[in-house]
Design a protein around this ligand. Sequence first.
Ligand code: HMH
Length: 196
Amino acid sequence: MRLDDLLARHATAWDAATRHPFLTGVRDGTLPPADFADWLVQDHHFVADLLGFQARLLARAPRHAQAVLAGGLVALVDELAWFEERAAAHGLNLTAAPAPATLAYRALLEKLDTAPVPRALVGLWAVERAYLDAWTFAAPGAPAFREYVEHWTAPGFADYVAGLAEAAQREPADADEVLTAVATAEAAFWAGGGAA
Ligand code: HMH
């Protein structure tokens, strides 16, 4: 599975997922802080969903993929704690209900539970690569959002995404559909609750 070829085949969908106006607003400071706060609450839901998906994937993953998946799980637990700490600092209510786009992304992850493992690995890589590309596009970010942009463009995260790519490229996978599904879910997620 050549992941660069996969991205090149779906460049338009990938750009919509990773160069969304939400991210332009983070970069230039025109995004209303309340929109960012709403998005952050939804992303906390997403990370919890991703943790479950990744734990289930680890349980059926080949030996070569275990270390990168297990390391990522620990990072997701830390990420949840970081969201909770940021939410407390900014007075955000993390118990708000998941929005339609969040539920749609959850359904995609649950669908990948029954996909062949190589395809699910490409899906997980795409989820994380989309996030890395998106925040890299938003960098360095307006002062109000800079702490977040720095967090999600840290070298350790890029290393993790490279590790997932290596695991995902080990075996052939029929992955065009999962790539476009992830891109669609990401674009809807940036667009906010109503856009699922
Ligand atoms: C929507 N995609 C979205 N949120 C995230 N936190 C990631 C990817 C990366 O974990």
